[in-house]
Ligand binder design. Structure first.
Ligand code: HEC
Length: 135
């Protein structure tokens, strides 16, 4: 019994170590990933919108409010319902923007012009950490 529980404890420790590594987002990696994955549609320059809105100062900002960008109604609605971007929200958002907007607005027909989805969680975390530095 002692042996089994110490194995279980060992496994638990290994899991904790693995998950704390996954949580340690790296802004430098995030910048590289951003340049690969996001610059086709976004800049981090203030006021410079492309296909997507400028992401300058996005962490801490209300959704759907980059100046001069024409958002889908769902983004404006999400903002008026209180969606302020934090790292914790950008991470799930990037996995599936439309699904995220459906949940935030409570509307199963929510729209997103951002059709891009990013799977790897560590990359999403790194990018979110990088975006927090752009202000
Ligand atoms: C193919 C183009 C495209 C790519 C690639 C893309 N996006 Fe977007 N993004 C958009 C568009 C378009 C919108 C606005 C969506 C709308 O209004 O429906 C948007 C919106 C956003 C928003 C919400 C902005 C706000 O002001 O509320 C965030 C955050 C965001 N994108 C982050 C990213 C990140 C980070 C990446 C890279 C991992 C990325 N996007 C890749 C096109 C793109």
């Amino acid at each position: 019994m002692f042996k089994a529980s110490s194995i279980a404890l060992g496994a638990l420790c290994a899991m904790l170590v693995a998950s704390s590594q996954a949580v340690a987002a790296d802004a430098a990696n995030g910048e590289a990933a951003f340049k690969k994955r996001c610059v086709a549609c976004h800049t981090v320059e203030k006021g410079k919108n492309k296909v997507g809105p400028s992401l300058f100062g996005i962490v801490g900002k209300k959704a759907g409010t980059a100046e001069g960008f024409k958002y889908s109604a769902s983004y404006v609605e999400a903002g008026s319902k209180g969606l302020n971007w934090t790292e914790d929200k950008i991470v799930p958002y990037l996995q599936d923007p439309k699904d995220f907007m459906e949940k935030v607005t409570g509307n199963p027909k929510a729209k997103s012009k951002m059709v891009f989805k990013l799977k790897p969680e560590n990359e999403r975390q790194d990018i979110a950490a990088y975006l927090a530095t752009v202000k």
